[in-house]
Design a protein around this ligand. Sequence first.
Ligand SMILES: Cc1cc2nc3c(=O)[nH]c(=O)nc-3n(C[C@H](O)[C@H](O)[C@H](O)COP(=O)(O)O)c2cc1C
Length: 375
Amino acid sequence: MNFPSLFSPLKIGPYQLTHRVAMAPLTRMRAERPSLAPRPLNAEYYGQRATPGGLIIAEASPVMATGHGNAGVPGIYSDAQVKGWRAVVDAVHAKGGLIFLQLWHVGRVSHSSFQPGGVLPVAPSAVPISADLKTMTADGKPAAYETPRALETAEIAGVVDSFRHAAINAQQAGFDGVEIHGANGYLIEQFLQSKTNRRTDQYGGSIENRARLLMEIAQAAIEVWGANRVGVRLSPYGIANDSGEADPMPLYTHVIKSLDPLGLAYLHFIEPRSSGAGRAEVNHQNVPSAMVLFRSVWSGVLISAGGFTGETAEAAIAAGHADAIAFGRIFISNPDLPRRLREGYPLTPYNRATFYGGEEKGYTDYPAYGELEQA
Ligand SMILES: Cc1cc2nc3c(=O)[nH]c(=O)nc-3n(C[C@H](O)[C@H](O)[C@H](O)COP(=O)(O)O)c2cc1C
């Protein structure tokens, strides 16, 4: 029997991947302003990272105006944004790559300066993020998080509808599928976890009720795309953005078991050891492995991300813990990451200072391996 390796093919939904090195969704805050549409620089960046039969999951993109919490993040709710994304998708397709879009609503991880009319951000309940964490206003000033406004029950259908419209927009932009961002302490995870969900309606209380929003959003995306072009990202045992369920096992077992029969393209984890990698360099010790814990309750394709090297990715796939590995930070600084891992070439280190915002520096100016000597 041939064991799968990082460079063996993999079927994801209707697509045939030629390797299992995926690009993780990475917020880079470089969209055009004020339209928040992707611009040619963004198409160049994604095109650089595309490989024939390789999967890219494009950065989290708010499905509606209230879903923003960071400056320069591209949306997927206006015609200009769809047009901008179309150029990104074309650049990836031109190289034979596949690209899914991550659909996002930040919920309470926002600030009133991002909200239409300057109102408070929305969340399942009026529970603020810990005062230990700080944010930035829309014009870049450090600020404390505010206490969000709890969504009315009647408003929730509108949120689900925004995810549906965003899924339609992603289709119009030519994407190959969508990934629902159910991770990292954002709106969907705020509903999932009892720490942030104190609701007493059908979206709060029991685990079934807390999972309802995710299930409704998944259903809406499936109606647009068909289940085999929809992925879901989760971060069980994560602590990003002041998240964290006291007892994650029953919650995530229920969520994963509920998603399993839908026939999704994939389930995508952020490994707890890397929770919060977007904010700081972390390597949490003595934490569980999401892929190891939950593999047995998921029968479909499993992608895992978080602190992988070529060697540990290869080992995870050979052991059957995951089917593909998504790479974040090292895909930023190695546009030709699949080739470097395959050939064992050295990796270029990333520069955290240029992760968020700016222009080509730290974005499109990382060379491919063969270009290094000439650079
Ligand atoms: C700059 C940066 C931006 C990120 N943006 C997103 C995002 O938009 N959506 C998401 O689900 N995760 C996001 N993450 C998390 C990554 O997708 C990934 O799970 C994490 O970096 C761990 O993988 P790594 O160790 O390979 O970097 C981000 C991480 C970084 C460093």
